[in-house]
Design a protein around this ligand. Structure first.
Ligand code: PLP
Ligand code: CA
Length: 304
């Protein structure tokens, strides 16, 4: 895998690259925006792709909002996208259970993105919100809800020891399903600050439950197959854009998509250099076809 700097391509090579795909899948945070701040020219680039007749899909591992709420955010930040062209892991979790005709209750470690999506498909849930009660005797006994048939772990700022006790106790029954929304280890933050991401919570519950979760988001097969089947795309004429190599680029590589890494989020030039020089196969798998500093870099050429 080459990991070519997009900026070093000739004008002719850039044209050839833009002609080589008719579907664009893009990650959201770190490519299109940072939380509520849009990244410069990202909306123009994505809207321009649509004007060129390319199909565009937004694919985020974020589980904190519903699909509808992400679509609202896109509109506010000037991205033209309907909720049907948007995948988020809260919605994936609800759809996964709906497809199984799941009729029981879900114990949710997560936020309202997940519970609202479950409400939308008529699935009962418990667990969200603070749960920090630790008895002085460290007696963690609780009334198990006998109807719980699944545990979902997503991003939860109220993650706590009592929640670990409950999730692992429900998962002691092998018939209880175990879903993780995504495994992003951390969020981008300043040098002396580490903000744990959902992956840290999923791995925590996996450890105490002594079971592996079925993870739904990038780069796992569930979302890869769903993209290919639902959107009926031709993988070799599809471009995946992302800022995190071990989710976005890996998803692209595993599914035969072309890949473009932007350096405006998680993965850095230092990472790329390290993987380029590595003989380890897993490191090589993280290398994109192309990279550039920001998605906005594409605009000058697109508008020529
Ligand atoms: N999960 C949560 C809770 C987030 O806040 C974010 C980014 O803001 C992500 C996951 C990663 O989202 P994306 O896949 O769009 O980069
Ligand atoms: Ca991202």
């Amino acid at each position: 895998m080459a990991a070519v700097n997009f900026q070093t391509l000739s004008s002719e090579e850039k044209n050839k690259f833009f002609d080589s795909f008719d579907t664009v899948l893009t990650d959201c945070d770190g490519v299109l925006w940072m939380e509520m701040n849009p990244l410069h020219h990202s909306a123009e680039v994505m809207n321009h792709f649509q004007d060129m007749g390319k199909r565009v899909f937004f694919v985020t591992n974020n589980s904190t909002k519903t699909r509808e709420e992400f679509a609202d955010k896109c509109r506010i930040l000037n991205f033209r996208i309907s909720k049907d062209n948007l995948l988020c892991t809260s919605n994936l979790a609800a759809q996964y259970l709906k497809n199984l005709n799941f009729k029981k209750t879900v114990y949710v470690i997560g936020k309202s993105g997940i519970t609202k999506e479950l409400d939308e498909v008529g699935i009962k849930h418990i667990g969200t919100g603070p749960d920090n009660v630790i008895s002085p005797t460290r007696n963690f006994k609780f009334d198990k809800d006998p109807d719980v048939g699944a545990v979902i772990v997503g991003y939860d700022e109220f993650f706590s020891y009592p929640k670990m006790v409950k999730a692992a106790s429900y998962l002691a029954d092998p018939n209880v399903l175990f879903l993780g929304t995504n495994t992003d280890e951390r969020f981008p933050a300043s040098d002396n600050l580490v903000i744990p991401g959902t992956g840290s919570l999923v791995r925590c519950i996996e450890t105490c439950a002594e079971r592996k979760a079925t993870v739904l988001g990038k780069p796992e097969p569930y979302i890869g197959n769903l993209i290919k089947n639902r959107f009926n795309i031709n993988p070799s004429r599809t471009l995946m854009i992302g800022d995190r190599a071990n989710t976005d680029i890996l998803l692209g590589r595993r599914n035969g998509f072309q890949t473009l890494l932007v350096l405006s989020g998680v993965t850095s030039m230092d990472d790329l250099e390290k993987w380029k020089g590595s003989k380890i196969e897993e490191d090589q798998e993280l290398l994109p076809d192309y990279y550039t500093n920001t998605l906005g870099d594409l605009l000058t050429h697109l508008k020529k």
